[in-house]
Design a protein around this ligand. Structure first.
Ligand SMILES: Cc1ncc(COP(=O)(O)O)c(C=O)c1O
Length: 384
C-alpha cells in the first residue's frame, strides 16, 4: 500500500519558471536585433540549470554559457542539439578532448588555451569552434593586451580555430554612470579590429541596460533572467523568480531581559513572542542576517533576532495576533515583501550570492504562472 509522505522539509524554495520566461522575453525586446544567450553557470544561479534551460530553449534561446566543463557536460542533454554551450573557463589542460566530445565550445582566455585548442584542431585535421575572450580592464579572464599583441603579430596562432565569438566582460555595468563602461567598450572595439572578423558579445544583464552601443551581436544575461535588479539605484523592471518559505519549528514567550540565540546577542526589551524557524546558515542563509534581516507573514514584518544558527533562526513575532502562528506554519524569508536584492542588502552582500548559496535541503517547487500559496493562508486569525 502506498502511503503519502508528508512534507517534512524545513523550507520550500519556489522557482517561478513563468517569471524567468517573461524576463527572457523582456530582455529580448530590449535587445532588438542582438541575440540573447542565457548564463546557466552555478546551476542557473541555484535555480536549476536543466529546468531553466528547457524553458529558455522553448523560447528560442540557442546560446548557453556555463563556467566549468562539468557544468557543460551536465547541461548538454537539456538543450537542443543545435544549441551552443560555451564554457567560460575554457579547456583546462588535458580536458580539450572532453570538451570536443561533448560538443562544448570553449571560451579561450589565454595564449595557452589558444595553443592547446589549435593543437587539438591540428590533431583532428579540421577547424574547431571557440570563443576568444579579451580582458578589457577587469583583469580576471581573457587575453591581456600583451597577449593580443602577440596574436595580432602572429595571426597564424589562430589557425584551426573558427572564431564563433569575440567577447569581453564589463566590471561595473550596473552603475550606469561609471566611466569604466565606456572605456571597456572602446578597448573592446579597438581590440576586435585586430582580430579576424567574428560576432561580438560584451553585455551581461546590466550591460543590456546600458543601451544599444553595448548590445553587439549577442548578450549574455544571467542575473536579470532570475529577477535580480540590473541597474543600481533604479526600480527593477524584472519579475522575481524565487520565493523562500521557512517552517516554524517552535514558538515561545520570553520576558523582558531574556536573550536569544548563540552568543545571546539579542535581549528582549519587553515580553516577546519568539518563533524558531527551520532555515540556517547551512542552507546558505547568511549568518550576517543575525539581528539584521526580516521575515514576513503576509505583509507583517518579523525581525530576525539573535544569531542565525546552522539549521534555524529566531524571529520576533510579537507583532502577530496571539495564536496566529503555529508550529508547521510557513513564513517568507524571501518573498513578495522582501525580494532577493533586499535580503542581500540586509546581509551586506549581492543578490547573486544569496541566490547561488541557497541550499539543497529545501523542498523545491517549480511553478509556471501559478503564484506560490500565500504564507498567510496557512494561518488562522491573521488579517491578510
Ligand atoms: C563572462 C560572463 N558573462 C556573463 C555573465 C552574466 O552576468 P549577469 O549575471 O550579471 O548577467 C557572467 C556572470 O558573472 C560572466 O562571468
Amino acid at each position: 500500500m502506498m502511503t503519502s509522505v508528508p512534507d517534512a522539509s524545513g523550507a520550500t524554495l519556489t522557482v517561478d519558471l513563468g517569471a524567468v520566461r517573461e524576463n527572457y522575453r523582456a530582455l529580448r525586446r530590449r535587445l532588438g536585433r542582438a541575440a540573447c544567450a542565457a548564463v546557466l553557470k552555478a546551476d542557473a544561479y541555484g535555480l536549476g540549470a536543466d529546468r531553466i534551460a528547457s524553458v529558455l530553449a522553448a523560447e528560442g534561446c540557442r546560446h548557453f554559457f556555463v563556467a566549468h566543463l562539468e557544468e557543460g557536460i551536465a547541461l548538454r542533454p537539456h538543450v537542443p542539439e543545435t544549441a551552443e554551450v560555451f564554457v567560460l573557463h575554457g579547456p583546462m589542460p588535458g580536458c580539450e578532448d572532453a570538451a570536443l566530445g561533448h560538443c562544448l565550445t570553449p571560451v579561450l582566455n589565454s595564449l595557452e588555451q589558444v595553443e592547446s585548442w589549435a593543437a587539438l584542431a591540428r590533431r583532428h585535421g579540421r577547424a574547431l569552434q571557440a570563443v576568444l575572450q579579451l580582458d578589457t580592464g577587469m583583469s580576471r579572464m581573457g587575453l591581456s593586451p600583451a597577449e593580443l599583441d602577440r596574436i595580432a603579430a602572429e595571426p597564424r596562432r589562430l589557425d584551426g580555430i573558427e572564431l564563433r565569438l569575440v567577447m569581453s566582460h564589463l566590471a561595473c555595468a550596473e552603475r550606469q554612470d561609471h566611466p569604466a563602461n565606456g572605456t571597456q567598450r572602446l578597448r573592446f572595439d579597438v581590440a576586435r579590429r585586430r582580430l579576424p572578423q567574428a560576432p561580438a558579445s560584451l553585455a551581461n544583464s546590466s550591460g543590456i541596460f546600458l543601451g544599444p552601443d553595448f548590445h553587439y551581436d549577442l548578450a549574455r544575461p544571467g542575473a536579470a533572467l532570475y529577477g535580480l535588479a540590473p541597474v543600481a539605484g533604479a526600480a527593477n523592471p524584472l519579475r522575481p523568480a524565487v520565493r523562500l518559505q521557512a517552517r516554524v519549528v517552535q514558538l515561545r514567550m520570553i520576558a523582558a531581559g531574556d536573550e536569544v540565540g548563540y552568543g545571546l546577542t539579542w535581549r528582549a526589551a519587553g515580553p516577546a513572542r519568539i518563533a524558531t524557524v527551520a532555515v540556517g546558515y547551512a542552507d546558505g542563509f547568511p549568518r550576517s542576517l543575525s539581528n539584521a534581516g526580516t521575515a514576513h507573514l503576509g505583509d507583517i514584518a518579523l525581525p530576525i533576532v539573535g544569531a542565525v544558527s546552522m539549521d534555524s533562526l529566531g524571529l520576533d513575532v510579537s507583532a502577530l495576533p496571539d495564536g496566529a502562528l503555529r508550529p508547521g506554519a510557513m513564513v517568507d524569508l524571501i518573498g513578495p515583501h522582501r525580494g532577493v536584492d533586499a535580503v542581500a542588502a540586509d546581509a551586506g552582500t549581492i543578490g547573486y550570492e544569496i541566490l547561488t548559496r541557497l541550499g539543497r535541503r529545501f523542498r523545491r517547487e517549480y511553478r509556471d504562472g501559478v503564484p506560490a500559496p500565500s504564507s498567510a493562508l496557512v494561518l488562522e486569525g491573521v488579517p491578510s
